[in-house]
Each structure stands twice: as structure tokens, then as C-alpha cells.
Design a protein around this ligand. Structure first.
Ligand SMILES: Cc1cc2nc3c(=O)[nH]c(=O)nc-3n(C[C@H](O)[C@H](O)[C@H](O)COP(=O)(O)OP(=O)(O)OC[C@H]3O[C@@H](n4cnc5c(N)ncnc54)[C@H](O)[C@@H]3O)c2cc1C
Length: 322
């Protein structure tokens, strides 16, 4: 049995920003994630010789604290600005956000900062939390039956997964259950040769696709690889379709938007389903805490539905533990 001061479930932006802050304050934390590496919904997929940001595409920095943090990562060469020429297809919706001053990306992949943070923390990957019970300490059991005892627990899984672990009768359950997560089917494409006369990226306001990006136009990449994301509505409608069916459907829609790709056979085509991609109705609370149990639940869905929100939420929860 491993005994630890703070156990953190999730090696995404929320979990790793919390771990970094706790470590900086001399506290002992262990980050546990079911995935093979850090990143969560901001992962980078390496497949068929291509590198693809198949989750978060870029991020922005608005708060003073995050702007300062971003500068430090920039100085380390972990992030750079991406200034794509973005097409807009279809009528811009009324609720479309303002154009950000700067779009930032990890270099060479969106997970660059998270890989850096994970290297400097105690992390265990391939460790799926199966059950958690509080008896004065947190007793955590993995899907493989490994046991960890923790004084403090920070849960950063997306709401439906956090809820399954908390169980419906927990005092925090109602708030967690109230957050709706939109799904997102993502198509990844790789071509052996460059395409001509294509946009760097596009916001699409009609049909199955909502966003497409020529991944290779981001700094530090140079391949002809594309990430195509379906809208929330289309993804929900096709949630249980096979990856093969989704690939063919989205490829047809992609060809309509990028005709130059029509006669080119992609050497990579693969679809990924994000069942819980982004919160439709995020809370406005930074994180949820249960002081009697030294339990915090955090993530982007507590403080906006983006990377900056996840970072803010994780740090706020860690500060509460200090
Ligand atoms: C398709 C898509 C596009 C997006 N585009 C953008 C964008 O352009 N800009 C932007 O700012 N944001 C974007 N986002 C949102 C952004 O990715 C998230 O805000 C951010 O990555 C969330 O970080 P997090 O740490 O809160 O959660 P996550 O990244 O989801 O981390 C949670 C971690 O918990 C782990 N976990 C879950 N359950 C368990 C368990 N039982 N045991 C162990 N580990 C577990 C998961 O493996 C995961 O690594 C996008 C998201 C998606 C999916």
C-alpha cells in the first residue's frame, strides 16, 4: 500500500498545474492517470508517422496570472504563437467569441507543457481509479487492485467520470451532475505530399464539421496533417457510430470544404471519439471542495471550458489544500 499526502487523479492541465504548485510549496503529491502519458483532452497523437493535436487546438491567456505563466513557458520554448489564416464558412453565429489577441500552441505538440510538468512530478500512468472511499483517509483502488492511501484527494476527471467515482449520494454529486459535456468526433488525416491552395484552418458553421486545422502550419510541425472536428450536435447524433463510419462521413464533408484533398488518398485516416469534450454549461466556482474529507473536484468545467480554466481550477484547488 502506497501512502501519500495528496493524490491527484488526472494528468491534464488541472491535475498537473495543481501538482506543480503543491511541489513548489514543499508538499508531496502523486499524479495518477489511466492514460499512457500526460495530456488528457490536450493530448498529441503520434500515428502513422504523423503528429496530430487531436484534442485542444490552441489556447488563449486572459488572466494576469496565466499570462505570466505563459511567458515562463514561452521562455522555455514549450509554447509559441500560431497565427493561421482562418476561413469562416457559413454565417458566423451571434455568440461567436471575439478574435483573441494571440493563439498559443505547445511545441512540438499541444501536450508539450504537460509533458514538461509531468517530468518534474511524481506520476503514475496506466493507473485507473476504480473506487474511492473515505474513512478518515482516502482509500483508492485501481482497476488492477493496487491500493493507495491519501490524506488529500483531487479529482480532475470530466464530470460524468468524476460522478461515477464520487457516487450519486455524495454531497458534491448534484453540482457535478448538473454539468453537461458535449461530445466531439475528431478525424485525423495525414498526406504524403503537400496540398496546394488550402486554408490553415477554418471555423465551419454549417454541416457536420465545426473546425478544421492544417496541423502542420503550427510552429514546430511541418507535415501535411489535418485535424477535423465535428460539431457537438453531429457528434451527439453519431456518438455510437463505428469509427470507420465516422471516418468516411467526415472525410466526405472534409472534401467538400477542402476540394484540393479530393483526389489525394490520405496515408493516415483515423477517427477519435471524445465522449466528454467540453462543458456546455460550466460552473463558475473555480473548484468544488469538501473540507471534512479533504476532497477537491476540479477541471476546466469548474472555471470555464478551456485550458486556461483548467489551469486556474487546478491551482485554486491546490491552494485550498495548503
Ligand atoms: C476536441 C476538443 C477540442 C478542444 N479545443 C480546445 C481549444 O481549442 N482551446 C482550449 O482552450 N480548450 C479546448 N478544449 C478543452 C481543453 O482540452 C480542456 O479544457 C482541458 O484539456 C481540460 O483539462 P483538465 O485537466 O480539466 O481535464 P482532462 O484533460 O480531461 O484531464 C483529466 C484526466 O483525468 C484522467 N482520468 C479520468 N478518469 C480517470 C480515472 N478513473 N483514473 C485515472 N485517471 C482518470 C483522464 O485520462 C485525463 O487525462 C478542447 C477539448 C476537446 C476534447
Amino acid at each position: 500500500m502506497t501512502r501519500i499526502d495528496c493524490a491527484i487523479i488526472g494528468a491534464g492541465w488541472a491535475g498537473l498545474s495543481a501538482a506543480a504548485l503543491l511541489k513548489a510549496c514543499g508538499r508531496e503529491a502523486l499524479v495518477l492517470d489511466k492514460a499512457r502519458g500526460p495530456g488528457g483532452r490536450s493530448s498529441t497523437r503520434r500515428q502513422g508517422g504523423f503528429t496530430l493535436d487531436h484534442g485542444a487546438q490552441y489556447f488563449t491567456a486572459r488572466s494576469e496570472a496565466f499570462i505570466q505563466q505563459v511567458q515562463a513557458w514561452r521562455d522555455l520554448g514549450l509554447i509559441q504563437a500560431w497565427d493561421p489564416a482562418i476561413d469562416v464558412v457559413g454565417a458566423r453565429p451571434d455568440n461567436a467569441g471575439q478574435t483573441p489577441a494571440e493563439r498559443l500552441v505547445g511545441v512540438p505538440g499541444m501536450n508539450a507543457v504537460l509533458s514538461y510538468l509531468a517530468k518534474n512530478q511524481r506520476c503514475q500512468f496506466g493507473w485507473r481509479l476504480e473506487s474511492m472511499q473515505f474513512d478518515g483517509h482516502w482509500q483508492l483502488v485501481s482497476s488492477e487492485g493496487e491500493r493507495i492511501q491519501a490524506r488529500h484527494l483531487l479529482l480532475t476527471a470530466p464530470p460524468p467520470q468524476a460522478l461515477a467515482l464520487l457516487r450519486a449520494d455524495h454531497p458534491l454529486a448534484e453540482q457535478v451532475a448538473g454539468v453537461r459535456m458535449a461530445p466531439c468526433w475528431t478525424l485525423m488525416l495525414g498526406f504524403d505530399r503537400k496540398l496546394d491552395q488550402v486554408p490553415d484552418a477554418a471555423f465551419v458553421n454549417q454541416g457536420p464539421i465545426s473546425w478544421l486545422a492544417r496541423n502542420g502550419t503550427k510552429p514546430g510541425r511541418n507535415e501535411e496533417s489535418w485535424v477535423v472536428q465535428a460539431s457537438g450536435a453531429w457528434s451527439r447524433e453519431h456518438l455510437e457510430d463505428s469509427a470507420d463510419a465516422v471516418t468516411e462521413n467526415l472525410l466526405t464533408a472534409f472534401h467538400a470544404l477542402v476540394p484540393a484533398a479530393k483526389d489525394r488518398r490520405p496515408s493516415l485516416k483515423s477517427a477519435h471519439r471524445w465522449r466528454y469534450a467540453q462543458a456546455e454549461n460550466p460552473l463558475d466556482c473555480q473548484f468544488l471542495g469538501h473540507p471534512e474529507q479533504n476532497l477537491a473536484v476540479a477541471g476546466d468545467w469548474c472555471a470555464g471550458n478551456r485550458i486556461e480554466g483548467a489551469w486556474t481550477s487546478g491551482r485554486a484547488a491546490a491552494t485550498w489544500f495548503l
